[in-house]
Design a protein around this ligand. Structure first.
Ligand code: CP
Length: 326
């Protein structure tokens, strides 16, 4: 592996399987009474969050603590960033405190890349979501969840070790334009051999999507019967200014064309699963009856996020990564 995880494109097929297989080993820890390993004792992981997060921040904290690392949680709200302190000076402060790894979420696309290659920080940088660009650990936990659900029977998780997602059909639906989850998933799923279709209204596809390793469609109903996985994306209204931004006529119209409700869920093959990275707009991109159904992996994705992030921290900090910068 490279020495930072900035993009899902940083991962070769071999790297991706190494993370997923390591996560599968580490997931066994969750069944033990003491869910802790001494692996990263004496190492410091800083969670540097300039943007709101529930799942990612908490699961990176849990992951680092389960590996016995010291954890410093930094939130821009309530810090000197609010007084105008720059990313550089924040980074130099963290470096002075001896950060071995910095997990960064930032509203600016490219901020983790800047941190990793600026020389301000010597430790490993992990992208925990940058603007509308990438969210590679979300893609890894999504792939881990797909592998478990599609490649093994219940309770046979070890049977997934060494397997990829070759030939699996994944349909990703919704606000692709603002989604770092969509881009990272397309890149990683392609590496793992899956066939990805993006479905969105024309206004919610980014410029250049034709160059991504996937196909695109405006017709959700036409994709459902051939999907092994349907991944619903959150409509990111906070990135649409002014409110709604003219990307679609109304929430009701969006829901009617691109929402996953019970009727559409019934069009999926019996084995197909429904995913969502969270947080959800229940009733908009996904109906409550779908989110809470047996096909939904939404809560499982959160659980799996801890194992996957443990694997990423372990591989980056325990010497399994290459010596040079990414
Ligand atoms: N999926 C995800 O990144 O969720 P949070 O914004 O809560 O971290």
């Amino acid at each position: 592996m490279k020495s930072h995880l900035l993009s899902a494109a940083d991962l070769t097929h071999e790297d991706a399987l190494l993370v997923l297989d390591t996560a599968e080993e580490l997931a066994r820890l969750a069944d033990r009474p003491i869910k802790k390993l001494p692996t990263l004792r004496g190492r410091t992981v800083v969670n540097l969050f300039f943007e709101d997060s529930t799942r990612t921040r908490i699961s990176f904290e849990a992951a680092a603590k389960r590996l016995s690392a010291d954890v410093i949680n930094f939130s821009a709200k309530g810090s000197s960033v609010a007084k105008g302190e720059s990313l550089k000076d924040t980074a130099l402060t963290l470096e002075a405190m001896g950060a071995d790894a910095v997990v960064v979420r930032h509203h600016a696309s490219g901020a983790p890349h800047r941190l990793a290659h600026s020389g301000w920080i010597r430790g490993a940088v992990v992208n925990a979501g940058d603007g509308t660009h990438e969210h590679p650990t979300q893609a890894l936990l999504d792939a881990f969840t797909m592998r478990r659900r599609l490649n093994a029977g219940p309770g046979e998780h070890q049977a997934t070790v060494g397997t990829d997602l070759a030939g699996r059909r994944v349909t990703i639906v919704g606000d692709v334009l603002h989604s770092r989850v969509a881009r990272s998933n397309v890149l990683l799923l392609h590496t793992l051999g899956a066939e990805v279709t993006l479905v969105a209204p024309p206004t919610l596809f980014p410029v250049g999507v034709d160059a991504w390793p996937c196909v695109t469609s405006y017709d959700l109903d036409g994709e459902l019967a051939k999907s092994d996985v349907v991944m619903m994306l959150r409509v990111q209204r906070e990135r649409m200014a002014p409110a709604g931004g003219g990307f679609f006529p109304s929430a009701r119209e969006y829901s009617r064309r691109y929402g996953l409700d019970g009727r559409r869920m019934a069009m999926l093959p019996d084995h197909a699963i429904v995913m969502h990275p969270g947080p959800m707009n229940r009733g908009m991109e996904i109906a409550a009856e779908v989110a809470d159904s047996a096909r939904s992996t939404i809560v499982e994705q959160v659980t799996n996020g801890v194992s996957v992030r443990m694997a990423v921290l372990y591989l980056l900090l325990s010497g399994a990564s290459e010596g040079e910068s990414a």
